[in-house]
Design a protein around this ligand. Structure first.
Ligand code: FAD
Length: 454
């Protein structure tokens, strides 16, 4: 048993775990952060680096009736691990319940609200030790007039939810990204978005701040979790055992493995995304630039640029298929032949922890008052981590917020009850559509015809 005295132990030293550990430290806890790998080696390594100002849930992008065709189309940016199908069914059923129009609207509003707090939440966590975050915004290229029309409708929704989304074309676009502007009929420019060039280094810097503030980092794999009768939590590690008054599980797509020891589960799948370094010079692009038609983002990296994206659904640790990204790159190269893989570097992948409604799950585990879970950030972990860190740390000290009520997994188990609640909130305000927005809401399904880009 470790002899170190701690108040809280966070399992998972990736972006969600490291930020949760920092937030607990801020509230006076002596924290240990534990991971089976070195910091930020899982999904938080090599993502697109966008700190988004807002996003739409998957249920806005993938309508139920279109899903079979999407998965069967070999050039689609969304794919299914067919060996996982039987185990994905319960998740798929939950997904079906969140595709109702009002629910999509409600979740879109909640996600935009969470994203809006992201940059400020990083600032609050890190203060003067905040690593650099670029503020050049985020661009999405629309390759033909129908994509541009759909984007104009989406941008109206984004703006109604507090983002600043501009539709641009011509010289404005050339000025922003001269190397790739020629591809597009127009683009969406999201002014307030942030970007980190090296997400793994960014998370490693956060972990260093945690260590400098007195936090302890350990490399170990937790194999079992038990709650003792006095409320302490016992963790059996591969190397050592640990006893802590409080545990936060930030174990990404694998969250259900340890939750099973508490007889608890959350609806979570692995949505594998891929990334690859491109053989272009630094400065080729200045900001992350999505190509929604291909389901990818071109994003500045320390070497030059990286291509990242694809949604490949399965159960944790399922077989990766780098050809999914390579095939998107090949199709993109027909328009932009300069984009080649950087010699010697291969496609990497990470498993996004994805819930049916694209909102994270942050909660105290039922029947285990000392165990908390924070996972399910899907496409937005780098963006939402500092926000969910604040939610979980407040929950630990007994402070609940609107978000703590929104983010509990009970929202999936009381579907009829929560459906009524959602209906009520969406009729009366709190992120719901006003009459003026009803027209925009109608457009949502039409406009979200392209896949989620990163
Ligand atoms: C291609 C791609 C592009 C993306 N782009 C963006 C983007 O631009 N912006 C954005 O906001 N998000 C983006 N994301 C999403 C973001 O990367 C994820 O949401 C985020 O990394 C999830 O972080 P996490 O800490 O929950 O999980 P992970 O990063 O997977 O970390 C979980 C950690 O838990 C550890 N762990 C699990 N089980 C155990 C155990 N039993 N014992 C010890 N340790 C354990 C793992 O080793 C791992 O380190 C992207 C994702 C991908 C794949």
């Amino acid at each position: 048993m470790t002899s170190e005295s701690i108040d809280a132990l966070v399992v998972g030293a990736s972006v969600v775990g490291v930020t949760a550990a920092l937030a607990l430290q801020q509230r006076g806890f002596k924290v240990m952060l534990l991971d089976q790998y070195p910091v930020a080696q899982s999904c938080s390594f090599g993502n697109a680096g966008v700190i988004a100002t807002g996003a739409f849930p998957l249920s806005a992008h993938y309508r139920l009736t279109d899903i079979p065709a999407i998965f069967l189309n070999r050039s689609s940016p969304a794919a299914l691990d067919w060996a996982s199908v039987a185990r994905l069914l319960p998740w798929a059923l939950q997904y079906a319940t969140v595709t109702r129009r009002d629910t999509v609207w409600h979740n879109t509003a909640v996600i935009h609200g969470l994203c809006r707090s992201a940059l400020q939440s990083y600032q609050l966590l890190l203060g003067a030790e905040m690593p650099p975050i670029n503020r050049y915004g985020y661009l999405a290229l629309h390759l033909d007039v129908s994509e541009l029309d759909a984007a104009i409708r989406l941008n109206a929704i984004r703006n109604s939810l507090g983002s600043t989304a501009k539709t641009i074309s011509g010289t404005d676009l050339v000025e922003l990204e001269p190397a790739i502007a020629g591809l597009a009929s127009g683009a969406t420019f999201l002014e307030g978005a942030g970007h980190v060039t090296d997400p793994a280094a960014f998370v490693a810097t956060l972990a260093n701040v945690f260590a400098q503030r007195g936090g302890r980092l350990r490399c170990d794999r937790v194999e079992r979790l038990e709650t003792e009768s006095d409320g302490q939590v016992f963790l059996r590690g591969a190397r050592e055992n640990y006893l802590s008054p409080l545990v936060v599980l930030a174990t990404g797509a694998r969250a259900n493995r340890l939750l099973a020891d508490c007889r608890h589960q959350i609806p979570l799948v692995s949505e594998r995304g891929y990334h690859l370094e491109l053989d272009v010079d630094r400065g080729f692009i200045s900001r992350p630039t999505a190509l929604p038609r291909f389901g990818v983002v071109l994003t500045p990296s320390p070497h030059g640029a990286r291509i990242a994206g694809i949604s490949h659904f399965g159960c944790p640790d399922f077989q990766e298929q780098p050809r999914l990204l390579l095939s998107a790159l090949n199709r993109l190269r027909r328009l932009l032949p300069i984009l080649r893989p950087r010699p010697g570097l291969e496609v990497c992948s990470g498993e996004r922890p994805t819930t049916p409604d694209s909102l994270p799950v942050v909660e105290q585990v039922l029947g285990h008052r000392s165990v908390f879970v924070s996972s399910g950030d899907g496409h937005l972990g780098l963006t939402l981590a500092p926000v969910t860190a604040g939610v979980v740390a407040d929950m630990v000290i007994g402070i609940s917020s609107n978000y703590s009520r929104e983010l509990g997994s009970c929202r999936f188990w009381r579907s009829e009850e929560s459906w009524q609640r959602l209906r009520k909130t969406s009729m009366t305000g709190v992120g719901g559509p006003s009459c003026a927005l009803e027209g925009l809401l109608k457009d949502l399904a039409v406009a979200c015809s392209s896949p989620a880009p990163h």
